[in-house]
Design a protein around this ligand. Structure first.
Ligand code: SAH
Ligand code: DHB
Ligand code: MG
Length: 222
């Protein structure tokens, strides 16, 4: 019942603030047709990404975990003119579906999909001294969040924002004895944040169409 009410509230708010969107719906439909897992951010969460990517001065975004490109579209349509989104994906099929979705959304020129293990791509971006990103969205395998966060700190600068998805997972994150690699990953990440003097962070729990989960927001403050 609770979950149904959470989804109903998302629907109510959505009808007013993020009505049906052809490009996003097409991305979801194509993802479902290709049998990608239905784990994109919710419409409300996508809108949050769009709002944050639309902040003045945000021109370069890094996303780790593309899937069918739903969240990527939210980010790419918001960045300032001339902006770019680099999105990292392991699965060729996901990257292929996403690339078609970007073309349909008219965003092909703004998105760079980089296929491969995210840690490998991140390592080469650090080596190549890639220009710092204004916003990083971490949303791939949860066990690797600590590594992704380490790379994100190397690929950002003061004033950049790092967002991490799926940090609550029905409250599982409070279980210090958990052996679930996702929980272990999130908990290690939280400890890294607590020890990292360069950042200011918070975690917001969310309920809604995707159940009970949450997002961590990390401002690179020095
Ligand atoms: N951000 C997307 C959802 C991403 S789901 C959205 O909200 O629309 C997580 C994605 O991360 C999946 O497509 C999965 O294939 C990818 N992934 C998992 N492990 C990865 C890795 N090691 N490197 C790169 N991508 C990975
Ligand atoms: C899963 C991954 C996600 O990024 C998400 O938002 C929800 C679920 C998953 O792997 O189950
Ligand atoms: Mg996610």
């Amino acid at each position: 019942m609770k979950d149904a009410q959470w989804a109903a509230v998302d629907d109510y708010v959505g009808a007013l603030m993020f009505p049906p969107d052809a490009a996003l719906q097409a991305a979801l439909d194509a993802s479902a047709a290709a049998e990608l897992p239905p784990i994109a951010v919710s419409a409300a969460q996508g809108k949050l990404l769009q709002i944050l990517a639309g902040f003045h001065g945000v021109t370069s975004v890094l996303e780790i975990g593309t899937l069918g490109g739903y969240s990527t579209i939210c980010l790419a349509r918001a960045v300032s003119p001339g902006g770019k989104v680099v999105t990292l994906e392991l699965e060729p099929k996901h990257a292929e579906v996403a690339t078609a979705n970007f073309a349909l959304a008219g965003l092909a020129d703004m998105v760079d999909v980089r296929l491969g293990r995210a840690t490998d791509t991140l390592e080469s971006m650090v080596k190549e001294q890639h220009a710092p990103f204004d916003l990083v969205f971490i949303d791939a395998d949860k066990q690797s969040i600590p590594e992704y966060f380490t790379y994100a700190l190397q690929l950002t600068r003061k004033g950049s924002l790092i967002i991490v998805d799926n940090v609550i997972r029905d409250g599982a994150v409070v279980d210090a004895t958990s052996t679930d690699p996702s929980v272990v990953g999130v908990r290690r990440f939280n400890e890294m944040v607590s020890q990292e003097p360069r950042v200011t962070a918070t975690t917001i729990q969310t309920v809604g169409a995707k159940g009970w989960d949450g997002l961590t927001f990390v401002l690179v403050s020095s």
